[in-house]
Design a binder for this molecule. Structure first.
Ligand code: UT7
Length: 364
C-alpha cells in the first residue's frame, strides 16, 4: 500500500491580528427617509440602527479589504509577503471570476500563495476563520489572512422600505497563524436550505444583464427574524459547550449585527452574566454582512473593552440560510492606539483586568 506524505499537525492556531475599515460616507436615518416611507423613530425602535456607512466609488471592496487587511497585518506584526494563504468572504464582488482574494493577495504583495473567495453571506467571517484555523492546525498553511468585505449598498433597492434602511458597507480582517495551544475553538456551523427563499437576489446576474436592470437584495424579514432568535441562541449554546467554557468565562459576545432586537432576544434565551460585553455596532454601522463581526470587534478594541486573551464568542448567520460561530481568544490591543479611519467610540465599560485565559479544545 502506498502511503502519501501528510503535513505535520500543529498544537493550535490563533488570531494574531485584527483590522477593519469603515467607509467614509455616513447616512443618517433622516437621510434614509428621503428615499423610503419610514422614520428615524421606526428604524431605531425596530433595529437599533441610528446611522450606517456607505462606500464612496473609490472605496471598492478591494480597497476596503486591503485597508482592513493591512491593519490586521500591522496588528500581527507581519507583512503581506509572510502570508501563506488569503481567504475573502464576500457576496457583493460583482465578478464571478477571478476571485477577489487573488487580487487582494496581489495588492498586499503576498507572492504566489493560494487565494480564494467564499460565499457564506453574513456568516462569511466565521466560515473563513474556521477554514483558516483548520488549515493552520493541520499544518497545510502557515499564516492565513481572512477578510470579510461587502458593499451591500450596491445591491440595495432604495425604493424597498423593507430592506433599504438595514444594509451597509465595510470590511474586516484577521490574520491566523500557528500557536503553541489552541486559541480558536471548535466551529459550530450549518445550513438550513428550507429557509433558502427568505433572502436572495431579485434577479440572478444573467437576468440582470439581459434585462438591463440591477440585481437587488430582497428579504422576507419576519421569518428570518424568527429563525435567528431561536436557531442562533441554540447555536450559541453549542459553541459555548464545544469550547468547554462556562458563561462566566466569556468576556465578549459578538453576534452578527442584523438587528438589536435579535441580539436582545438571544440574550433573553442565553441569560449571559452581566460581565459579558455584548457588541452593539449596528447602531453606527447598520448590517454590513460578513464584515459585521470583525467591525464589531474593532469597535470594542477602540472603546478599550478588549484585553489580551479575551474570550470572544462570535456567531454569524445570513442568506442560505447559513450560520457559523466559534470562540477565539483575542490578541492584545495594538500599541500605540490603533490607527483607524474613524474616531473611537466612547467606552461603555472599562476593560477587565488581564487574567489567565482558559484553554480551548481542539476541533475533533
Ligand atoms: O443579515 C441577514 C439576516 N437578516 C436579518 O436577520 C433581518 C431579520 N429581520 C429583521 O430584522 C426585521 O424583520 C426587519 C427589521 C427587517 C423588519 O422589522 P419587523 O419588526 O419584522 O417589521 P415588519 O416587516 O413586521 O413590519 C411591521 C410594520 C408593517 O406595518 P403593519 O402591517 O403592521 O401596518 C410594515 O408595513 O412596519 C411596516 N414597515 C415599516 N414602517 C416604517 C415595514 N418597513 C417599514 C419601514 N418604515 N421601513
Amino acid at each position: 500500500m502506498i502511503a502519501l506524505p501528510q503535513s505535520s499537525p500543529r498544537p493550535g492556531s490563533a488570531i494574531l491580528g485584527l483590522g477593519a475599515y469603515e467607509p467614509s460616507r455616513v447616512i443618517s436615518n433622516d437621510q434614509m427617509c428621503q428615499w423610503i416611507d419610514s422614520s428615524d423613530e421606526w428604524i431605531r425602535q425596530r433595529t437599533g440602527i441610528v446611522e450606517r456607512r456607505w462606500a464612496e466609488p473609490h472605496e471598492t471592496i478591494l480597497a476596503m479589504a486591503a485597508s482592513a487587511a493591512q491593519r490586521a497585518l500591522d496588528h500581527a506584526g507581519l507583512t503581506g509577503d509572510q502570508l501563506d494563504g488569503v481567504i475573502v468572504a464576500t457576496v457583493t464582488h460583482l465578478e464571478q471570476t477571478p476571485a477577489l482574494a487573488v487580487r487582494l493577495a496581489g495588492a498586499l504583495g503576498c507572492g504566489p500563495c493560494p487565494a480564494w473567495d467564499i460565499s457564506a453571506a453574513c456568516a462569511g467571517f466565521c466560515y473563513g476563520l474556521a477554514q483558516a484555523d483548520a488549515l493552520v492546525r493541520s499544518g497545510v498553511l502557515g499564516h492565513v489572512l481572512v477578510v470579510a468585505g461587502d458593499r451591500l449598498s450596491d445591491m440595495t433597492d432604495l425604493t424597498d422600505r423593507s430592506t433599504a434602511f438595514l444594509f451597509a458597507d465595510g470590511a474586516g480582517a484577521a490574520v491566523v497563524g500557528p500557536s503553541p495551544s489552541p486559541r480558536i475553538g471548535p466551529v459550530v456551523w450549518g445550513s438550513d436550505p428550507a429557509q433558502g427563499p427568505t433572502i436572495g437576489q431579485t434577479l440572478d446576474w444573467a437576468e440582470a444583464v439581459s434585462q438591463g436592470r440591477p440585481a437587488h437584495l430582497r428579504m422576507d424579514g419576519q421569518p428570518v427574524f424568527r429563525w435567528a432568535t431561536t436557531a442562533m441562541a441554540d447555536a450559541t449554546r453549542r459553541i459555548m459547550a464545544d469550547s468547554g467554557l462556562t458563561p462566566d468565562q466569556l468576556d465578549l459576545f459578538v453576534p452578527h449585527q442584523a438587528n438589536n432586537r435579535i441580539t436582545d432576544s438571544m440574550l433573553r434565551h442565553l441569560r449571559l452574566p452581566e460581565s459579558v460585553q455584548v457588541a452593539r455596532s449596528i447602531q453606527r454601522l447598520g448590517n454590513t454582512s460578513a464584515s459585521s463581526i470583525p467591525l464589531a470587534i474593532d469597535q470594542l478594541y477602540r472603546a478599550g473593552q478588549v484585553k489580551e486573551g479575551a474570550t470572544c464568542l462570535m456567531v454569524g448567520f445570513g442568506a442560505g440560510l447559513v450560520y457559523a460561530g466559534q470562540v477565539a481568544l483575542l490578541p492584545a490591543p495594538a500599541t500605540p492606539a490603533r490607527d483607524q479611519n474613524q474616531s473611537p467610540a466612547a467606552p461603555e465599560r472599562p476593560a477587565a483586568p488581564a487574567t489567565e485565559p482558559p484553554t480551548l479544545p481542539h476541533q475533533q
